[in-house]
Design a protein around this ligand. Structure first.
Ligand code: CTP
Length: 410
């Protein structure tokens, strides 16, 4: 796993409470550490009944704090007031899983263990991920405590519906690591450079129906568009992700609009452009669709089949008109997938479609473009600037595009 720019070098305190879900936090610490975070784990006494501190120490590579009173060597803090230092240096305090007991302590300002004291002393953002049995999660006392915490700007990461250790099912399960990671990114990104800006990102290859079972499509996976959406969230933007991709988990915090055809994508784009700062058209939109969609499955015959195709609308050309009429989106970024004359064709697209930035792919390279996790691109701008990015992760290229959008806003 690569480091994540937003997280790299950050200090996060992870409070772990006594819940069967506390084993899941090991994976979270591992993923945070791999992303470049220094994770200081504080375990409550009950948490240590479920998982040994050594397990957390092994994945974080850092001391694990367990006791308000003991010295450094015994799992306590370097000095009896060091929790203040720990809290002061932290960029973020996450309590996952947060039990009903710790939530009650936080709501009432109790300070009888190291985690509660640290939470009281911390000035950084605080998030809690409640995890408990469904009946406990419905309890009015717990709900009232959560409301108190929300009113104090504590971020409450909603639990999920699922099966509990008791065998019962309900709302109260700790979300999976990927969701918790996404929530950490969303919360840490809130004050980013694009805070207050709305970005619309399209992704994936559109599908044009031929009959009830078949469609025409292309090899786009949607990965680059999803990476751009994640980078925009990391920068604090409100993100609408209009996606024709089928098998990708959307970044946490993005509003997902799923579409299939070019026509549906166009409709969704125009609907969401109102007051948008930028549109990034990373989707591979079909240029042609079957002239007729058969209502019944097309049966095979003894002769060849010729399919008449008709043009779809060019979404970026429609957006060019919309922008001229309304002023939105303020910035338009397009992509160009080319197999020959890259710069020439890309420059023509940039001008013809009225783009501020154009990201050009040479789709003949096998370590770039469709399906893979890396890309190599040329970034052209409306002032004639040309920037080459050699083989980098799609996440890095997403972050670069978002940085350029920030630059255009300045
Ligand atoms: N695009 C669009 N609407 C279409 C086709 C493409 O908005 N019907 C957008 C793509 O999302 C991309 C840009 O236009 O941002 C360029 O797409 P590309 O497929 O490279 O170019 P085309 O315009 O389809 O031109 P050509 O097929 O001649 O390369």
């Amino acid at each position: 796993m690569d480091t994540i720019a937003l997280l790299d070098g950050k200090r996060i305190i992870l409070g772990v409470c006594g819940s069967i879900a506390s084993y899941k936090s090991l994976d979270l610490v591992s993923k945070l550490t791999q992303s470049g975070v220094a994770v200081d784990v504080i375990m409550t006494e009950a948490a240590q009944r479920f998982v040994a501190p050594l397990a957390f120490q092994s994945v974080s590579g850092r001391p694990v704090y367990t006791d308000l009173w003991q010295s450094d060597a015994d799992g306590g803090l370097p000095t009896h007031i060091a929790h203040i230092g720990l809290a002061e240096e932290a960029d973020f305090l996450l309590i996952a899983p947060a039990t009903a007991n710790t939530i009650a302590k936080l709501a009432h300002g109790l300070a009888d263990d190291l985690l509660a004291v640290t939470a009281l002393a911390a000035k950084c953002p605080l998030a809690i991920a409640p995890a408990m049995d469904g009946a406990m999660y419905e309890n009015p006392a717990l709900r009232a405590n959560l409301e108190v915490l929300r009113s104090r700007d504590v971020h409450v990461i909603e639990p999920e519906i699922g099966r509990f250790a008791s065998g019962l099912s309900g709302l109260g399960r700790l979300p999976e690591t990927s969701t918790l990671m996404g929530q950490v990114r969303r919360i840490l990104g809130l004050d980013g450079e694009l805070s207050g800006h709305k970005l619309v990102v399209t992704a994936g290859g559109t599908r044009e129906a031929l009959d009830p079972v078949r469609y025409l499509s292309n090899r786009s996976s949607g990965k680059q568009g999803y990476a751009i959406a994640q980078a925009a969230l990391d920068a604090g933007a409100e993100v609408v992700l209009i996606s024709a991709a089928q098998h990708l988990a959307p970044p946490i915090g993005a509003r997902l609009v799923s579409v299939d055809s070019a026509g549906a994508m166009q409709e969704a784009v125009l609907e969401n452009l109102v007051e948008s700062t930028a549109l990034v058209m990373a989707a591979a939109v079909a240029d042609y669709k079957p002239a007729d969609v058969s209502q019944q499955k097309i049966k095979k015959a003894d002769h060849d089949l010729t399919l008449p195709l008709e043009r779809t609308a060019d979404i970026l050309m429609t957006v060019k008109q919309r922008r001229a009429d309304t002023g939105y989106p303020m910035i338009v970024v397009g992509f160009a997938a080319e197999s020959e004359n890259l710069v020439e064709n890309a420059t023509d697209k940039l001008q013809r479609k009225g783009l501020d930035l154009l990201i050009a792919n040479d789709i003949t390279a096998n370590d770039a473009g469709f399906q893979v996790d890396t890309n190599r691109v040329l970034v052209l701008d409306m002032d004639g600037g040309l920037h080459k990015i050699d083989r980098r992760s799609k996440a890095d290229i997403g972050a670069y595009i978002i940085e350029r959008i920030g630059g255009l806003l300045d």
